[in-house]
Every structure is written in C-alpha cells, then in structure tokens.
Design a protein around this ligand. Structure first.
Ligand code: SAH
Length: 361
C-alpha cells in the first residue's frame, strides 16, 4: 500500500472505521497525497479527460449561454462569473473569450470567482487564464462567496467528486458501508443503522434487497447555497455532470487511474474517485429554497440546440486542416453513445426569470 494508504490504515486502527465520504475526502484532498491537492488528474496525461478538454466548442457554448441569459435578464450590473472546480482552467478561458467577443459590456463592472480547493490546480488556472478582462479571485470553498450581486455560475464535473455516503439494504436491514482494516490492507465493512428512517429518504423503505443508496450531503448543501444566492441577487447557474435522474439502487462510486478503472481501496490518492450525480437530489435542493430548475436534459441535446455544430463548421472554415479533429471532438460531446446522454445538465434560476436558453419546455 502507498503512503496515504498506510496513514489511513493507522487512522482507522486508532479511531475506528471511516465512512466512505471521509475516506473519499482524504483520497481527493489530503494536502500531501490527495488526487487533486497534490497533482493534476485531468487531461491526456492524467486520469481522465473532461468536456472542455475535448473541444473548445464546449466552453464557447457555455459562454454564449451565459451571454444570452444575461441579456434575457436585462443585463444586470456588477455580475459575478463563478466557476466551481475549474480544473486546468480551460473552460473558464473559453467562456471568457466568448463573452468578450459576444458581450464585451458584461466585463465593464464584473468580477470572476474561481472556487478551487486544490492549490496545485489554482496555480495552473492562474497560468491558463493569463490576463483577464475583469479581476479574478480564488477561493477554496463556495461558503466564502457572500454576495448579493447577480451570479453566473458554471460547473462541469464538480458535483461528481463531492464525498458520498453509501448504504446497503441487507436481509437484516439498512447498513452503512464503511472502510475498515483487514490485516495490512483496507477493506469494506457494513455497519447496521439503528434508525434508518432518521438517516435515509422515505423511498428507501420500499427498496429491494441488496439495493445500494448513495447520498451526497455536500452536493445538496452547495446546490442550496447557490440557489439561495440566485434567489437573492439574480443570475443563473449551468451545471453539467454524469449522473442519473431515477434512483437505480446501484453503486456508482468509481476509481479512475490513467484512463482505466482501478480499485477504490487499493492505492488511496493515486486514483481519482467520483460517483454519479443524483440529479433529482440536486433539483430538489434548489427547489427547496424556491429556485426554478430547467432540465435535467442530456448534454448532447442542449449543446446541439445551442448550435454547437454550426460553431464547429465556422471553426473548420477557419482551420480546414483541423476539420477531422474538430468534428470528432464535437461528436464525442454530443453523441448519446459517448458523452451526450450519460452527461446531463440543469439550469437554476429565479422562477420569474425568462426561460433558460436551449432547454426545451
Ligand atoms: N471543471 C473541470 C475540472 C473537473 S475536476 C473540467 O471540466 O475540466 C473537479 C474539480 O473540482 C477540480 O478542479 C478539483 O480540484 C475541484 N474540487 C473538487 N472538490 C472540491 C471542493 N470540495 N471544493 C472546491 N473545489 C473542488
């Protein structure tokens, strides 16, 4: 086992089993060995690739979506452009370039806020963005953004890496999955819930045996904070991720290391851990504070409706030699057999705001 594995082993030996959520948080954010805190997992040389890294047209569609929303909302002053989990900074760079080209006025009195927990990635983002048309601020948690200005928020593959807790329905009732030790290694064990109804949502009572339920309290809390901000100051949020709408009672926690699936417990911090996003729970968290949610819809449908193929044709006219790779990138983003339908998107706005661009009623 690696160094972080040994430390987690010692921690469990002294303090008892860890929830999957605590284990995940250590693997991702341990300052010395965490998958995000200590290195960059994104891109061809990392563990996985994301939509903005596949094609610049992804960020361009996000930029146009923000411009259109801002226009529809009456071009409010002092907007704050926010990104959650900006990775290498590629998406924000493409969004800024597009907004600058389509609505330069947006940046007259705007601020840009990057919500990024990893110091390594913060540095990389600083380099990617270079000079910007508005001041950029980095914060490591959304809690630190206290504002009553309109916020225009984007997030891609942010919610999937928030820590989840896992529960399993056994013949003996609901148990929580925990990480414990077995000799020199880490192992999963089940810890019986004394009062499942106090911890799990009501639909858990009717779940079949062997059902797995994943809850992501951090995702609901962050969604609630964002929705509250939008209710107070206006603006909107566009959130992309892979995930599900109907509860499937399945485990989705996965470890990816250099583009291959790996064991979740094997080498903590060396692989990227994530879980599919529960879009019904996100929607519920936003609606609970009175916000309006458009979608979820497939990433492919939204990008196609926003005109990504027209944009690709324009890019090809300007770079005919790149035609093949431009088309392949767009195809990967929108094809239902690739990222077009597993990846979903929702928009959050005030109930009195004009309809979110690109979402079918
Ligand atoms: N949006 C980027 C990167 C996605 S990876 C892209 O599409 O390429 C997830 C990003 O979220 C990383 O930048 C990671 O460091 C950041 N992150 C993960 N958990 C976080 C948290 N709790 N708070 C802030 N940032 C977090």
């Amino acid at each position: 086992m690696n160094a972080l594995g040994k430390r987690i082993h010692a921690l469990i030996e002294s303090q008892g089993p860890l929830s999957i959520a605590d284990f995940m948080a250590l693997c991702l954010h341990d300052p010395e060995h965490g998958a995000y805190a200590a290195r960059n997992p994104i891109g061809a040389g990392g563990d996985y690739i994301t939509s903005p890294e596949v094609s610049q047209t992804f960020g361009e569609m996000c930029g146009l979506w923000i411009v259109q929303s801002w226009h529809n909302q009456g071009r409010p002053a002092k907007p704050i452009l926010v990104e959650l989990g900006p990775g290498r900074g590629t998406l924000m760079k493409d969004v800024i370039r597009t907004i600058k080209a389509a609505a330069k006025k947006f940046f007259d009195d705007a601020h840009i806020v990057m919500v990024e927990a990893s110091p390594v990635l913060q540095n990389m983002q600083r380099q990617t963005l270079g000079e910007t048309p508005a001041p950029v601020h980095w914060i490591d948690s959304i809690d630190l953004l206290k504002t009553d200005h309109p916020v225009y928020v984007i997030a891609n593959e942010f919610f999937d890496c928030l820590p989840i807790r896992q529960y399993v329905k056994t013949a003996d009732g609901w148990c929580e999955k925990v990480v414990t030790t077995k000799d020199d290694t880490l192992a999963v064990a089940l810890s019986k819930l004394a009062d499942p109804a106090a911890v799990l949502p009501p639909e858990a009572a009717a779940a079949p045996e062997d059902a797995v339920l994943e809850l992501c309290p951090a995702a609901s809390a962050i969604m609630g904070d964002l929705a509250r901000m939008i209710m107070t100051g206006g603006g909107t949020a566009l959130i992309f991720d892979y995930g599900y709408i109907e509860q499937e009672w399945k485990e989705t926690l996965q470890a990816l290391q250099r583009h291959k699936y790996a064991g979740v417990l094997a080498e903590p911090g060396d692989a990227d851990l994530s879980a599919h996003v529960d879009f019904a729970a996100l929607k519920h968290a936003a609606e609970a504070v009175g916000a309006m949610v458009s979608g979820p819809t497939g990433q492919g449908d939204l990008l196609a409706d926003l005109g990504i193929e027209v944009r690709a044709q324009r890019l090809i006219l300007a770079n005919p030699k790149e035609a093949k790779s431009i088309l392949a990138g767009v195809q990967r983003l929108i094809d239902p057999r690739e990222m077009g339908s597993l990846f979903k998107v929702i928009a959050v706005s005030r109930p009195d705001a004009p309809p979110a661009p690109g979402f079918r009623p």
